[in-house]
Write a protein that binds this ligand. Sequence first.
Ligand code: NAD
Length: 348
Amino acid sequence: MIVTNEKVRFAVVGAGHIGKRHAEMISRDPEAELVAMVDVRSAEECGVTTEIPFFNTVEELLNSKLEFDVVNVCTPNGLHATQSIQALEAKKHVVCEKPMGLSKEECEKVIFKSLQMSRNVFCVMQNRYSPPSEWIKKVVQEKILGDIFMVQLNCYWNRDARYYKKGGWKGTQELDGGTLFTQFSHFIDIMYWLFGDIDNIKGNFADFTHQETTDFEDSGFVSFDFLNGGMGSINYSTAVTDKNLESSMTIIGSKGSVKIGGQYMNEVEVCNIPGYEMPILAESSPANDYGPYKGSAANHHFLISNVVQTLKGKATATTNALEGLKVVEIIERIYNVRNEQLNVSKVN
Ligand SMILES: NC(=O)c1ccc[n+]([C@@H]2O[C@H](COP(=O)([O-])OP(=O)(O)OC[C@H]3O[C@@H](n4cnc5c(N)ncnc54)[C@H](O)[C@@H]3O)[C@@H](O)[C@H]2O)c1
C-alpha cells in the first residue's frame, strides 16, 4: 500500500531511550513528519519537549482525529506484538523495534494481521546497515568465502545494576524475555541474514551475576548446524565486568576466513581470502550511547529513510516481518533447550 502524501507521517509509541531516537530521526528526514508521541508516562517525565500531540495510550492515539501513516512501536518487548496488531487494525503501517515479539506464535499473529489489512511491518535490525555487515553479506552471497564450514558468534557485554533498575521492565520474563531477545537479537539477525536457518541446537546456560536483577540466564554456549551446511555457535554473556568486551563473528569458509569484531561487529579485523582484495569500507556509525552502558549501532536514520522510501514504492524493506519472526523463532528454540535443561535439573 503506497503512501502518496509528500511526507510519510509517523506516530511513535514509547518515548524512552529508543523512541526518542526514532522521533529525532523522523524529524531529521525531509520526507518524514512526526505527528504524535505516546507514552504511559507524561511528556515531561519522558523528557519530550516538542510541541506535537502527546497521548498516554495507543487507544487514545488511534481514536484521535490525527491523520498518520505509520506507528513506531518502541515500548518494552512484551508489548510489541499486541501494539503492532492494534496499529494494523487501524490500517497503519508498523515499524517494530526488536524483537518483533517474544514468541513465534505472537509474530505469526502480527503477520496475519498485516496481510489481512494490506499494511507493512518493518522490523528494526539497524546493524544490517553497518558497512562491515553490508560487505560480508555480499561476500557470502557471491560465495567469495566458498562453502561455509564454521561460524562463531561471540557476544560479551556488560549489563549490571546500572542497567537493570528495580521496578523497570528490563530483566523481567514477561516484558524483556531474555538476554538473547534484548541484548543479542541483532547478532542473531545478522547470522540468520547471512547463513539462514539453524537446527540441532545444543546449549549450556548459566546465571553468574544476575540472580538479583533478572528472571533469566546471563550467559550461554550454544551450538548448532546450519540447514545450508556448516556448523555454528553463539557464545554470549552480560556478566562481563564494567563495560562491553566484544561482539564478533568468525567465519571459516572453504576459500578463506573472516573475523568481524569491535564492540558491536563494526570492524573487519581479519580478511584472509587468497586472491581477493578487501575494499576500503566507509566508517561505521558509533554505538548507541546510554551513559554508563553502550548498545548497538546508531543507524536509525537509515531505517527511517528505508521505511519512507519503501512506503513511497521506491525501495524494499531492509528487514521484513518474516525475517523478524525468524529471529524470534530461533531465539525461542534456543530457549526451549535452556528450559528443558532447567526442567531436568528440577526433577533431579
Ligand atoms: N534497535 C536498537 O538498537 C535498540 C536499542 C535499545 C532498545 N531497543 C528496543 O526498544 C524498545 C524500548 O527500549 P528502550 O531502551 O527505549 O526502553 P525504555 O524503558 O527507555 O523506553 C520504553 C518506554 O515505553 C514506555 N511504555 C511502557 N509501557 C507502555 C505502554 N503500554 N504504552 C506506551 N508506552 C509505554 C515507558 O514508559 C518507556 O518510556 C525495546 O523493545 C528494546 O528492545 C532497540
